[in-house]
Design a protein around this ligand. Structure first.
Ligand code: ZN
Ligand code: ZN
Ligand code: FE
Length: 756
C-alpha cells in the first residue's frame, strides 16, 4: 500500500482490523509504503480488502493498493514489525491516481476557488507517472514546470499541514493549466468551462469528441446513440471489437451490469481501471440503455468511472454513459499531443477538448477482470505502471524488450523489476516508435544502463531485432517459458513447477510454432513435458483471422484428403467449393501451412466446427465467443482424449475429442453445451498432465487463461486433486507479461554462468 499511510496511525489500524477478522501475519513500514501479509480463510481476506479503504484512519490516504495471493506461511499471530529503512524512495515513481473525495468536494463547491476546475489535485491524488520527465519527483522535473504557482497555491504547497503540501501538480484556475475546445481544423472555439459545456453539448448531439485526458486522448460519443457509435466504429476502422464505456457513477453502472463488492472496489479504486462486467441483459436495447453496437454479441461490458477532474465535471454535466475509447486509429498507440491529435484523429473527431498540461508519455486505461474472486490485470497501464514487481534475488541490470503483440518492456534494478505500461502491437511504424520511446524513456527516467538484453527467441519480431542492434549480449528466451516465469515471479514461487503455457503462437526451440505447452521448470531452465498433437494452419497468418481455416487444418490432420462432405460441418460449409479445392491443395502439398501445437488455435477451431464463428474481426474473438456460449450450461461432462506417453515428451491427441464434438454437432446438440464440454476436456487434460508430471505446483499462463471459465475450472479441479495451482493477478497472462519473464530467464542464465 502506498500513499499517506505513514505517521497517521495506519499500522495500529491494520493491527486492529486484522485481529478483529482473526487474520494472522504482519505489517511494516518502509520508505516505499506499507507492506502487509495476512493469512486466513479467503472470505475474511476479501473482507479485509474491502474494509481497509473505507475504515482507514481519517488523515490517511491510500494512493495505490496492489495485492496478490501467496502460499500460507502458518503465522501464529498478527504483529507490527519494525520499520524497514532500506529501499530508495527517490527511485519510486507512483502511477497516476484517481481524483480523491476531498478534491471532488473542492470542485463541486461553488464557493471554493477550484470550483469546476478540471486540474484540481492534491498530495493524495492526481497525475504522477504521466507528468514526470525526470527524477527526483519535483515540480521542475514535471510537465507542470512551465506553470508558476500563484501566491495561494504556493502557500498550500509550502504548508506541511495543508493537503497540498508538496503536491507537485498543484494548480488553480489562476495559475494552472486550462482547457480549450478546438474544431477539426484546430481553431479555438471556446475556452475554460465554456469549452467543456460546448464539448458536452457536442456529445449530446451525436458528435465524436476527442478529449485529452491523463495519459492520452479518448474518443467520446454518447453510448446510447447507435448512429454515433456506428460512425465512430466506421471512422476508427474498428468493426466489432468492444468499446470501453465511462459511466457517471457506480449506481448508473449497476443498472446495466452485475457488480460484485470486489468489482465495485476496483471501479472506485485509486487505480480506477476498466473493469469487465457481466451485463444484466445482453441483447437489451430498451430505452435508456446503450447502443447494441458497443460490444456486439458480448455479454460483458468494459466499464470505468470518471477518474480525473475533467472526466468528473464532464460526466456530472452529461449524466449518461459515453464510449471512452483510446484516441487512435485501429490498434495504433494512443495520441498524447494536440497537434498530433489534430493530424491523426482529424478524420475521426469533430471536436477536440484539449488542455495545455503536456503528457510526458502515452498511458492507456488499464483493463481488469475478476477471476476466482481475485483481480486479474489484462492490460496493465494507468494506475498500475510503473510499480515494480519484487524479485527473489538481486538481479543484474537487464533490459527486456518483450514480445511482438501487446508489447511491454521491463528493466531490472536490484531486487525489483519495473514493467512498462502496455505499449501495443508492434505492427505499425507508430507502434514501433512508441516501443523505442518507451525504452529510451525507462533508461533516462531510472538512469539505467543495461548490462545485457533479453528478447524473444523469434528473430522476426521487431523487438528482437531491436535487441540485436544494441551492441550488448542478448539472451533469447523461449516465449512459453517466459510466460511461466512471469507468472512464477509475480506469485513469488520457485521451481520445480509444471507450467501450462497456452496461447496463440510463439516460436519453439525446435523451430516450430508452439502454443499448447506443458513445461517442467527447474532452477536451470525448462523441459518440454508435453504438447498438443500438431496440425497445419493453411495460409499462415490468414488462419489466425479465419478460424474456419484452422478448423480445416485440424480436419485435414484427422482425415487427410477424405474430409467430411460440405454441409456436415459449418467450417467446411463456410467455403465455396473452389476455395476448398485450393485449400486442400495447399494442405496436401503443405504450401504455406505450418504445423502448430497451439491451444489458442484449438479454441478457434472448435468455435468454427460448431458454427460459432468462421472469420474474426479482432484478435481472440472466436475463443471469446466460445467462452460466452457456454454461459448457463452447467455440466461436468467432458470428451475423451489420448495422451501418447511413448517418449519423455508426451503428445496430447485431441482427435477423440474433436470426433465427439463433430458427433454432438451432427446430433444437433446445443453449441453452448459442446463449448462447455470442450472447456471441461481442456481442463481434464491439464489435470492428467499434472498427475503424470508429479509436480505439486501447477502454473497457468498464456493468453488462453484470460478465459475465465477455463482458469476458474482449472484452478478448482487442480485444487480438488491436491495440486497447488497459481495464475496471474497483477501481470497479464497474455504477451504483456513476456518482458517480466524474459528478465527472470536472462538473470537465471547469467547467475548460472556466474556459478560455473
Ligand atoms: Zn486530492
Ligand atoms: Zn494557483
Ligand atoms: Fe504468448
Amino acid at each position: 500500500m502506498r500513499g499517506a499511510v505513514q505517521g497517521v496511525g495506519f499500522r495500529p489500524f491494520v493491527f486492529r482490523l486484522a485481529t478483529e477478522l482473526e487474520l494472522t501475519g504482519w505489517v511494516n513500514n518502509s520508505a516505499r509504503g506499507v507492506t502487509i501479509e495476512l493469512e486466513g480463510p479467503e472470505n475474511r481476506l476479501e473482507r479485509f480488502l474491502l474494509r481497509v479503504g473505507p475504515e482507514k484512519p481519517p488523515r490517511s490516504f491510500i494512493q495505490s493498493l496492489e495485492y496478490s495471493y501467496l502460499d500460507p506461511s502458518h503465522y501464529k499471530s498478527f504483529e507490527i514489525h519494525e520499520s524497514d529503512q532500506t529501499g530508495d524512495k527517490t527511485a519510486l515513481i507512483l502511477p497516476d491516481i484517481a481524483t480523491c473525495p476531498d478534491c471532488l468536494n473542492d470542485m463541486r463547491d461553488s464557493k471554493n476557488r477550484r470550483y469546476l476546475y478540471p486540474f484540481t489535485n492534491c498530495t493524495n491524488c492526481g497525475p504522477r507517472y504521466s507528468i514526470i520527465s525526470a527524477l527526483p519527483y519535483d515540480r521542475p522535473n514535471t510537465t507542470m514546470s512551465g506553470f508558476v504557482m500563484c501566491e495561494e497555491c504556493r502557500d498550500e504547497y509550502e504548508n506541511p499541514r495543508n493537503r497540498r503540501f508538496h503536491a507537485q501538480p498543484n494548480a488553480c484556475p489562476k495559475c494552472g493549466p486550462h482547457i480549450e475546445l478546438l474544431d477539426a481544423k484546430g481553431k479555438v472555439e471556446q475556452s475554460s468551462h465554456e469549452a467543456l459545456l460546448a464539448a458536452a453539448e457536442g456529445i449530446r448531439n451525436g458528435l465524436i469528441v476527442a478529449v485529452k485526458g491523463i495519459g492520452g486522448f479518448h474518443l467520446m460519443v454518447d453510448a446510447r446513440n447507435d448512429k454515433a457509435v456506428r460512425k465512430l466504429r466506421q471512422r476508427k476502422g474498428r468493426e466489432e471489437k468492444p468499446f470501453a464505456l465511462m459511466y457517471p457513477s457506480l449506481e448508473t453502472a449497476r443498472r446495466e451490469c452485475h457488480v460484485t463488492d470486489l468489482e465495485a472496489r476496483l471501479l472506485l479504486s485509486p487505480e480506477s481501471p476498466i473493469v469487465l462486467l457481466k451485463r444484466h441483459a445482453p441483447a437489451d436495447t430498451a430505452v435508456g440503455s446503450i447502443s447494441s453496437s458497443i460490444a456486439p454479441g458480448n455479454p460483458h461490458l468494459g466499464i470505468m468511472l470518471p477518474y480525473s477532474p475533467l472526466h468528473h465535471i464532464l460526466m456530472d454535466e452529461l449524466g449518461f454513459p459515453i464510449v471512452a475509447t483510446s484516441g487512435n486509429i485501429s490498434d495504433e498507440p494512443i495520441c498524447t499531443d494536440e497537434r498530433e491529435a489534430l493530424t491523426r484523429l482529424g478524420g475521426i473527431a469533430e471536436l477536440f477538448l484539449v488542455h495545455n498540461r503536456p503528457i510526458a508519455r502515452p498511458i492507456d486505461d488499464s483493463v481488469v477482470r475478476v477471476m476466482m474472486g481475485r483481480e486479474m490485470v489484462i492490460r496493465r497501464a494507468r494506475g498500475y505502471a510503473p510499480l515494480p514487481v519484487p524479485l527473489k534475488k538481486e538481479m543484474p541490470q537487464i533490459f527486456a524488450v518483450g514480445a511482438h503483440l501487446k508489447n511491454t518492456i521491463a528493466i531490472s534494478i536490484g531486487k525489483e523489476a519495473f514493467v512498462s505500461q502496455h505499449i501495443g502491437d508492434l505492427e505499425t511504424a507508430q507502434a514501433y516508435e512508441a516501443f523505442e520511446n518507451a525504452g529510451a524513456d525507462f533508461r533516462k527516467l531510472y538512469d539505467f544502463a543495461p548490462k545485457m538484453l533479453a528478447s524473444d527467441l523469434h528473430p522476426g519480431y521487431l523487438s528482437s531485432q531491436f535487441a540485436e542492434k544494441q551492441g550488448l549480449p542478448v539472451t533469447h528466451v523461449q516465449h512459453h517459458y517466459a510466460h511461466i516465469l512471469s507468472c512464477m515471479a509475480e506469485n513469488e514461487i520457485t521451481p520445480p513447477v509444471l507450467g501450462v503455457s497456452w496461447d496463440g503462437t510463439g516460436l519453439g526451440t525446435d523451430g516450430t510454432i508452439w502454443g499448447g505447452e506443458f513445461l517442467e521448470i527447474s532452477e536451470y531452465g525448462f523441459r518440454r513435458a508435453g504438447y498438443f498433437r500438431t496440425f497445419p494452419l493453411p495460409g499462415g497468418d490468414k488462419a489466425i483471422r479465419e478460424p474456419r481455416r484452422t478448423a480445416l487444418g485440424l480436419l485435414f490432420e484427422m482425415y487427410g484428403g477424405k474430409m467430411p462432405e460440405q454441409s456436415a460441418i459449418p467450417s467446411i460449409a463456410a467455403f465455396t467449393s473452389q476455395e476448398m479445392a485450393i485449400l486442400k491443395q495447399m494442405l496436401e502439398k503443405s504450401i504455406n501451412s505450418h504445423y502448430t501445437s497451439s491451444a489458442g488455435r484449438l479454441f478457434d477451431a472448435v468455435a468454427s466446427i460448431i458454427g460459432i464463428r468462421q472469420e474474426t474481426k479482432y484478435e481472440g474473438q472466436a475463443a471469446m465467443e466460445l467462452e460466452y456460449a457456454l454461459d448457463g450450461f452447467d455440466t461436468e461432462a467432458s470428451y475423451p482424449f489420448r495422451i501418447d506417453s511413448n517418449s519423455e515428451t508426451k503428445i496430447i491427441d485431441w482427435q477423440p475429442m474433436i470426433e465427439e464434438v463433430i458427433k454432438d454437432r451432427r446430433s444437433d446438440a446445443l453449441g453452448g453445451l459442446i463449448a462447455a464440454k470442450f472447456h471441461n476436456t481442456m481442463v481434464e487434460i491439464i489435470v492428467e498432465m499434472a498427475r503424470s508430471s508429479g509436480k505439486k505446483r501447477v502454473v497457468l499462463s498464456g493468453g488462453c487463461f484470460q478465459n475465465r471459465y477455463l482458469t476458474e475450472r482449472a484452478v478448482t479441479r487442480l485444487n480438488a486433486e491436491g495440486f497447488l495451482p497459481c495464475w496471474h493477478q497483477r501481470i497479464p497472462p497474455n504477451d504483456g507479461g513476456i518482458a517480466l519473464g524474459q528478465i527472470v530467464a536472462a538473470a537465471m542464465a547469467e547467475l548460472k554462468e556466474g556459478n560455473e
